[in-house]
Design a protein around this ligand. Structure first.
Ligand SMILES: NC(=O)C1=CN([C@@H]2O[C@H](COP(=O)(O)OP(=O)(O)OC[C@H]3O[C@@H](n4cnc5c(N)ncnc54)[C@H](OP(=O)(O)O)[C@@H]3O)[C@@H](O)[C@H]2O)C=CC1
Ligand SMILES: O=C(O)CCC(=O)C(=O)O
Length: 478
């Protein structure tokens, strides 16, 4: 069995404590053993990052560009193999795994370009003979804590801007999916990333994650994951006055108006609600449907659901892979039970035995629901969607905005005015018109409002807001 170690100060370091990475499509398939770090591994990683910081922040933009560009090329060249690893450890389909790997490659290449487009501003002072310069500098050592549902894209979209803007990194990937982050570490190492600039410490959130967020040598923390851990990190970082960026859950609405083109709306809702097994913070979990199209929409959705093939993530025929682990599956099944008491009707949602020891679940559609039910207030994070019938656009808008979350929101309509009205009034960070709520571009801002996100946006040029700090200099040349 291949053993995989942590990368600390440019060395592969074993803690002696290895844990198996298991395939959720078939738990008899063990992908490899991954080293568990602890608080002392984090101390060493933070020390290495602090020692490397001065030299790294002073490297030329060209040197940083060349490193990130080379990493992006290597990830792209290995996309089939890495995508397969991703699907094996997380359970999304092979097409999704390869697609996510290419997205990670593009993220590295985008931020390679950003190294050469550093933002700055020069102005004359309001006083004579003085120049004013506003420049951006790295924040310092950043701690990155990532979830299992996008095991290569999310580490990539945190690591690449951190390094591009001259920071050093300590990352803890999710315990369920350490494989892809380990591959990024291998590639950064092979491409000549200087020792200490990038450090990988795998292990549990309660030990390694906690040690990163509380470490006084970590200047800023970027986290994606659950609301409860996000709130805890906000408290810790608030007390220590650390910069913090949190991406948490969603209960994303997709409005389907009477004039929607069902040949667009149904595939958008099937994709947004069920693809990646519904394990996306951008998933459309509330389908808010105007009364005039409700019955036709339900009929088409039901037919489309029956065509979906649930199976092993590596099987080319599979549309929906397994749930990530037994804990998430049990949580999903308990929400399906709840739906049986709250909704008028439940289609699907049962556990599937497919002749393999995997965590398979039929996609679930909850019919005849209203927005006050728990199934429509709490994030399920599985292949489950609710239909909420409304009388008109105003009610649809009110229901869409009536949630503690505010990540993504969508509308299917052929009426430009309605689409524009929704775009203006949606209390979310990302709006989709005639498109699934999930599945975003890699080069533009990502994030939400209300309980979904906290701190500056991720991705694209906006990532600079979190990974840099502003300095204003006054120069009197005599
Ligand atoms: N917004 C999103 O994209 C995601 C949302 N979720 C939501 O969270 C629910 C639970 O998933 P789960 O994986 O448990 O999410 P968590 O929030 O527990 O995990 C996210 C990351 O945080 C780490 N972590 C856990 N506790 C701490 C801590 N005290 N300090 C620092 N880091 C910590 C985890 O480590 P470890 O590996 O040990 O768990 C993991 O790396 C899902 O059902 C879903 O609702 C989950 C994943 C992504
Ligand atoms: O929908 C996407 O493309 C990204 C979703 C995401 O980042 C998440 O679920 O954490």
């Amino acid at each position: 069995m291949t053993k995989h170690d942590n990368l600390i100060g440019g060395e592969w370091v074993s803690s002696g404590d290895y844990h198996a990475n298991i395939n959720p499509s078939d738990v008899t398939d063990v992908i490899g053993e991954y080293s568990y770090g602890d608080a002392s591994s984090v101390d060493k990683a933070v020390d290495a990052a602090r020692s490397a910081l001065r030299a790294w922040r002073n490297t030329t933009p060209q040197a940083r560009h060349d490193l990130l560009d080379a990493v992006g090329n290597k990830i792209a060249n290995r996309s089939q193999e890495i995508g397969r690893l991703l699907s094996r450890e997380e359970g999304k389909t092979l097409a999704e795994g390869i697609g996510e790997t290419m997205r990670a490659a593009q993220v590295f290449k985008f931020f390679a370009g950003e190294c050469l487009r550093q933002i700055g501003d020069g102005q004359p002072s309001v006083r004579p003979d003085i120049d004013v310069e506003i420049t951006r500098e790295p924040v310092g050592v950043v701690g990155l804590v990532t979830p299992w549902n996008f095991p290569i894209a999310i580490p990539a979209w945190k690591i690449a801007p951190a390094l591009a803007h001259g920071n050093c990194v300590v990352i803890k990937p999710a315990d369920l999916t350490p494989g892809c982050a380990h591959v990024i570490a291998e590639i950064l190492h092979e491409c000549g990333c200087p020792p200490g600039v990038f450090n990988l410490v795998m292990g549990r959130g309660s030990t390694v994650g906690e040690a990163i967020i509380t470490h006084p040598g970590v200047d800023a923390v970027s986290f994606t994951g659950s609301v409860s851990v996000g709130h805890h990190i906000a408290e810790v970082c608030g007390k220590m006055l650390k910069k913090v960026q949190l991406e948490m859950g969603g209960k994303n609405p997709m409005i389907v108006l009477n004039d929607a083109d069902l040949s667009i709306a149904v595939p958008a809702c099937i994709n947004g609600t069920f693809f990646s097994t519904g394990q996306r913070c951008t998933a459309s979990s509330r389908l808010i449907v105007e009364a005039g199209i409700h019955d036709a929409f339900v009929e088409e959705m039901t037919k489309a659901l029956q065509r979906l093939k649930i199976g092993d993530a590596l099987d080319k025929e599979t549309n929906i892979g397994p749930v990530v682990d037994a804990k998430q599956l049990n949580s999903n099944l308990s929400y399906v039970d709840l739906a049986r008491s709250e909704a008028k009707e439940v289609i699907g949602g049962e556990r599937l035995e497919l002749g393999k020891q995997g965590f398979y679940q039929a996609p679930a559609l909850f019919l005849g629901t209203d927005n006050h039910m728990r199934i429509n207030r709490e994030e399920i994070f599985g292949p489950c969607g609710s239909i909420i019938k409304v009388t008109d656009f105003d009610e649809a808008l009110a229901v869409a905005n009536d949630t503690s979350f505010g990540l993504a929101g969508g509308i299917c309509t052929q009426n430009l005015k309605r689409a524009r009205d929704y775009k203006r009034q949606a209390e979310v960070g990302m709006v989709m018109v005639n498109l699934p709520t999930a599945g975003v571009d890699y080069h533009v801002a990502f994030g939400g409002r209300k309980g979904s996100s906290y701190g500056p946006r991720e991705q694209g040029r906006y990532a600079a807001e979190f990974y840099t700090t502003v300095k204003t200099s006054y120069i009197f040349a005599g």
